[in-house]
Design a protein. Structure first.
Length: 156
């Protein structure tokens, strides 16, 4: 939950509750509270690997198993990470909610966040989760960790 406070210059600013890392995450959680049995924020870990073993913690997991990642800024490292996770875990349905789908992936680029998602096969939304995503059929993710299916490179 967010609240208003005065900054050091006396202007009113919105303060985000420490539970969420951004205003967009806070808004999405408020949206989900009345529409889901339970709001699962950063409750799942997904193992993946590039040059070393890593874990990814998505922002939200819906009751129907859809994984939601909220993004204000979508840098090259995040884009690469999500492509690797998509390649290593094709069974997962990871979708994005952007603060602005029209933001460019880098200064001077002709590609915006929405275009990138379309090119790479990700579903995305602008600022709020579409109601259709909440009502889609799917299976709830019960586990807390989704293991890497291939043997770890560092374990060999």
């Amino acid at each position: 939950m967010a609240y208003w406070r005065k900054n050091k210059y006396g202007a009113n600013v919105r303060k985000i509750n420490n539970k969420y890392r951004s205003g967009l995450e806070d808004k999405v959680s408020l949206f989900l509270e009345s529409r889901q049995k339970k709001v699962r924020y950063e409750a799942l870990k997904i193992e993946w690997e590039d040059l070393r073993y890593r874990t990814y913690t998505p922002d939200f997991v819906l009751d129907n198993g859809i994984i939601i990642e909220t993004k204000g800024f979508f840098d090259a490292e995040d884009r690469r990470k999500h492509l690797e996770i998509q390649r290593q875990h094709p069974e997962l349905d990871i979708r994005f909610v952007f603060t602005s789908t029209f933001s460019r992936i880098y200064k001077g680029s002709n590609t915006n966040y929405g275009m990138w998602c379309e090119q790479k096969g990700f579903l995305y939304a602008h600022r709020i989760i579409p109601f259709e995503w909440l009502t889609e059929d799917g299976k709830e993710i019960i586990t807390k960790v989704i293991k890497l299916k291939t043997p770890r490179k560092d374990a060999v």
